[in-house]
Design a protein. Structure first.
Length: 268
């Protein structure tokens, strides 16, 4: 089974312009963006049965206006790189070739196994979750199937500092010397979410934390009320248990926050 990471597709294209906060001009510390949509299909994707069909849908935000063009270009480049299948950091990808490879591989599969009645699909989306207080946060998701026991879903969060266009790191929000306390608070929230007692063994409960000790990953989203950590399928437990979205309200970690971090604006 192959895994495909596709970017822009020069097929059926829809550009929808979204103005921040419903205004004609950006509010302070906000930027303007549009949602770019691309779709292409091969086979009978419109039929009720949808067998022998390949379908691709790409949807992502593209910044159109911001007071600092350097920041705008830097964030747009980072968004493009997330759609690359080769780890390219040039900000330029041959999307047409990516699309052709996917379609060709599917059609070759159907020729080799004409009785398989199998459909392939890729849906890659980028949804803006926060656009204020100099923070631009995006939820990227890939949902795909190219053969195998089940579809695959993968979620990645990215948070950008609108002052410089850089990705915001956890160390900028909570100092390293306070992250152990953050982990303790997060574990309590995790156990509450999973309905586990404080004494329950994480390994016996079906979780794959190293040495059976809870840890936070680096896949987090900044919202206006909490930090949200996301564990993808297979990351800490079996596929049957699904992914885990762990929310930690700012009110519970207020004392741990870096006083100069951007998220303090959501508390003060």
């Amino acid at each position: 089974m192959k895994k495909y990471f596709l970017g822009f597709i020069s097929a059926s294209i829809l550009l929808s312009f979204i103005s921040c906060g419903g205004k004609n001009t950006p509010a302070e510390n906000e930027l303007k963006f549009r949602i770019v949509k691309y779709e292409k299909q091969s086979g009978g994707c419109d039929s009720l049965r949808e067998d022998n069909c390949a379908h691709i849908k790409i949807e992502f935000p593209q910044i159109t206006e911001f007071e600092n063009p350097t920041v705008k270009d830097k964030i747009n480049k980072s968004i493009v790189e997330l759609f690359s299948n080769d780890g390219s950091n040039s900000g330029e990808i041959d999307y047409e070739t990516e699309m052709k490879i996917f379609i060709q591989d599917y059609e070759e599969f159907i020729k080799e196994f004409p009785d398989s009645y199998q459909s392939w699909f890729i849906e890659r989306t980028g949804e803006v979750k926060l656009n204020k207080e100099n923070i631009f946060s995006i939820d990227f998701m890939e949902y795909s199937f190219t053969g195998g026991a089940h579809p695959n879903t993968y979620v990645t969060f990215k948070n950008f500092n609108l002052n410089n266009g850089e990705e915001i790191k956890l160390d900028e929000l909570i100092p390293k010397d306070k992250q152990q306390e953050l982990t303790k608070i997060a574990e309590a929230e995790f156990r509450k979410l999973k309905e586990l007692t404080s004494e329950a063994d994480l390994g016996e409960a079906g979780y794959w934390f190293e040495n059976k000790e809870f840890y936070l990953n680096n896949n987090f989203l900044i919202t206006d009320s909490s930090l949200v950590f996301y564990y993808n399928n297979y990351e800490i437990t079996a596929y049957a248990f699904g992914p885990t979205e762990l929310e930690i309200p700012y009110i519970k970690i207020k004392s741990l926050l870096n006083e100069k971090s951007l998220i303090t604006n959501f508390i003060n």
